[in-house]
Write a protein that binds this ligand. Structure first.
Ligand code: ZN
Ligand code: ZN
Length: 273
């Protein structure tokens, strides 16, 4: 039975000082490689290179939303990709329109030689290096012979989504940033792996909710109601960097399946049980 390899290039919350920002690589059995969020700065490039995963290997980015800790790395990924593989197919960035608009603003603000328009990004030599793919929630997009993905709305900022990826009978769901979301539960039904953010424990439920995020208990509840095969917590803030046990304990009170916390550079395989 084919596996999906999941690589966490960044697992830190926006203000975390000890982890890189969110970026996750899915390697599917048919050879398709997907990047879920792009971290900020050069984190995805740097951590990827440490594991032999390079910018030129990325073709599809499934973006959750337009916050800097999730999309700030995109111009650097494009820049490095264009530098080493100028004739490669354009990097395709899939997300909802408001998030695509945020990425367009970022490219316009940071790129002095590139043209940014409604279709994508083009170098001064006329090479198209990025294509936008604005998607609707619930729409399935085909990304490989045996890989498809669909975005679902979550509860964070306008245009924020999570992603469900299905390949070879295996389903992986990524929450992006979200408060507890019934919509996520619905979209995650039967997922083999749920990767859910958890900014804090219930001790700071109010502050976490105010910032648009979930507690570990809420992530556990979502995994339980979705009937997920396993739960991996990510988007970890500084107080929980070294001791993630309080997050795990809290999620386990809600969810009876396997619970763990991702660390930067963690690689796991998911297969059908
Ligand atoms: Zn975030
Ligand atoms: Zn966010």
């Amino acid at each position: 039975m084919p596996d999906v390899k999941v690589t966490f290039l960044g697992t830190g919350a926006g203000n975390c000082i000890l982890r890189a920002h969110t970026a996750i690589v899915l390697d599917c059995a048919d050879g398709t490689r997907l990047l879920l969020d792009a971290a900020s700065g050069n984190s995805a490039l740097r951590h990827g290179a440490m594991l032999g995963i390079y910018a030129e290997d990325f073709e599809h980015v499934l973006l959750s939303h337009r916050h800097g800790d999730h999309m700030g790395g995109l111009p650097h990924i494009q820049g490095r990709r264009t530098q080493v593989a100028p004739d490669a197919a354009p990097l395709v960035i899939h997300s909802l329109e408001p998030s695509i608009e945020g990425v367009q603003r970022l490219f316009r603000a940071t790129s002095i030689t590139h043209q940014v328009d409604q279709d994508g990004v083009t170098t001064s030599e006329g090479n198209r290096v990025v294509n936008w793919n604005p998607v609707e929630t619930g729409q399935w997009i085909q990304l490989g012979t045996e890989v498809r993905a669909s975005a679902f709305a979550v509860n964070h900022i306008g245009g924020a989504v999570g992603w469900r990826v299905e390949t070879g009978g295996i389903s992986v769901v990524f929450s992006g940033d979200t408060r507890y979301s019934d919509n996520l539960v619905e979209a995650s039904q039967g997922a083999d792996l749920l990767i859910h953010e958890a900014l804090s424990t219930e001790d700071d439920q109010e502050g976490t909710d105010r910032r648009g995020h979930s507690t570990a208990a809420e992530a556990g509840r979502a995994a339980a109601l979705a009937g997920a095969g396993q739960l991996i917590l990510t988007h970890i803030d500084t107080p929980f960097h070294r001791d993630t046990q309080p997050l795990i304990d809290e999620a386990r009170r809600e969810f009876g399946g396997p619970v763990s916390v991702a660390d930067d550079l963690l690689q796991i395989s998911v297969s059908r049980p």
